[in-house]
Design a protein around this ligand. Structure first.
Ligand code: ADP
Length: 443
């Protein structure tokens, strides 16, 4: 009997273990940290052996193959030992792909993955398709393949999952954009990160589809290096040579495979970045043969994803928007760009070496007030205070929301799009967004 060892027992690892057991492998799960009760119960109920808090080498290095969770870096000591012993390392998605013939719709990119994946899932679900949500969101693909199989899977793929994928084939691949990210895990080499993203194309045949943003300079450069067999569906903000999806005179248009159009105004997601995400999702659904009326309806009634330009409520004529997921300057740029009223912008948190010059002009143009929210706001004071915009200094969400309430005038928007990670004052970006919403609703 072949032995499969799974390193990391989160959603992907525990799911992979269940599928491996079902397929008759000798399975062992090892996690350096503690395993959540829900996953322990899952492993126990399937009679799968596991350990937590350490790795026992003798029980790992005798594996025929190892499934590595995406959170474990490739330079972790145990991974290095596995590689030195010549053990094949794969991701949970690669493993699951071996045991299903379902259609795979895979989404990658540096920004916009969760939004686009969720939107495609919403369209498929609303059209009555039998579809599962997997990858970085939803449930483990392997677990679904083992226990609740679907005809289609919509899968959000990070570069870390793509790193350990070899034979997996995406029937519909979407590449949204490539900008520098996670370079600490790619030896600070941008090309290594780019190569990981491009793996989404590997194994595609002429029966498959490849949807991508036509104006991304890195993607364009890279595509010249590959012999792409899949049918290409490039999209862009405006009509241009080569694009088959775009906005033209207020209309959202897709040329092929089935010509489709609708009013741009009717799209539920706003902002330039969401034009890209809505085009990618519309093209994928069109390629899958979903009827126009379902695509049109779902693109206009999609409620959006929590913590991404999420409208919270209106208080005293002021709209409050939660974009807590904007943990870098680029994301805040897109948020500000989409604002149609004067903005009170909440900025601050754990700064990852931000250069605020990228949003300086937009802040001048759109902001009626700035509220700093961080353990240490010195850098924000130094950069923004001299711009002639009223500022307030706060160190808790309660003070921050009160300051916004005092500053904002009817017709304005309070936007939490902080450019920074949240760890200085909050557990994570979700906690920051939740606290914001709770306090705003209590105003
Ligand atoms: P990911 O899952 O790739 O992190 P999300 O859909 O969660 O992406 O969006 C994260 C942030 O990135 C959003 O708050 C938004 O400001 C920005 N963003 C979303 N889509 C795009 C896009 N297509 N291009 C550039 N930025 C985007």
């Amino acid at each position: 009997m072949k032995r499969i060892v799974i390193l990391g027992a989160g959603e992907s690892g525990a799911g992979a273990a269940v599928l491996a057991k079902k397929e008759g492998f000798d399975v062992f799960v090892s996690d350096m940290s503690s395993i959540k009760d829900k996953y322990k119960d899952m492993l126990n109920s399937h009679g799968i052996e596991w350990e937590e808090g350490h790795h026992t080498e003798e029980l790992i290095l005798n594996a025929d193959e190892i499934i590595k969770s995406p959170g474990i870096p490739s330079d972790a000591p145990m991974i290095k030992k596995c590689v030195a012993k010549g053990i094949h390392l794969i991701s949970e998605i690669e493993f699951a792909g071996r045991y299903t013939d379902s259609k795979m719709i895979c989404i990658t990119g540096s920004n916009g993955k969760t939004t686009t994946t969720s939107l495609i899932y919403h369209i498929f679900k609303s059209a009555g398709y039998d579809v599962g949500l997997a990858g970085n969101i939803g449930n483990s693909l392997a677990l679904q393949v083992a226990e609740t199989p679907h005809d289609y899977y919509v899968i959000e793929l990070s570069s870390f999952q793509l790193d350990n994928m070899y034979d997996f084939r995406a029937n519909i691949a979407i590449l949204l954009n490539i900008t520098p990210d996670h370079l600490d895990r790619y030896d600070n080499c941008m090309q290594n990160y780019v190569d990981a993203k491009m793996r989404i194309l590997q194994n595609q045949t002429d029966e498959d589809s490849f949807i991508y943003w036509n104006d991304d300079p890195i993607v364009s450069r890279e595509l010249e290096k590959y012999d792409i067999k899949a049918i290409r569906y490039p999209f862009s903000e405006l009509k241009e040579k080569g694009s088959i999806g775009y906005i033209e005179e207020g209309m959202y248009k897709i040329e092929k495979p089935t010509p489709f159009n609708m009013e741009q105004e009717a799209l539920s997601l706003t902002g330039k970045h969401n034009i890209y995400n809505s085009l990618a999702a519309g093209i994928a659904s069109n390629v899958a043969g979903i009827k126009k009326e379902f695509i049109r309806k779902s693109l206009s009634d999609f409620p959006g994803v929590e913590h991404r330009l999420e409208k919270v409520t209106t208080v005293a004529g002021v709209l409050y928007v939660n974009d807590s997921k904007a943990t870098n300057v680029d994301a805040c740029w897109y948020a500000l760009e989409s604002m149609k009223t004067p903005v009170i912008l909440i900025l601050g948190g754990k700064d990852k070496g931000n250069d605020y010059n990228a949003i300086k002009d937009l802040v001048k143009e759109k902001c009626a007030g700035l509220v700093y929210l961080g353990a240490d706001n010195t850098k924000l004071h130094n950069f923004f205070d001299g711009m002639g915009i009223p500022v307030r200094d706060t160190h808790s969400m309660r003070d921050c929301v009160n300051a916004c309430y005092e500053m904002a005038k009817p017709g304005q928007t309070v936007l939490l799009s902080p450019c920074c990670a949240s760890f200085d004052l909050f557990k994570n970006m979700e906690d920051r967004g939740e606290q914001f919403k709770t306090l705003v609703r209590a105003l």
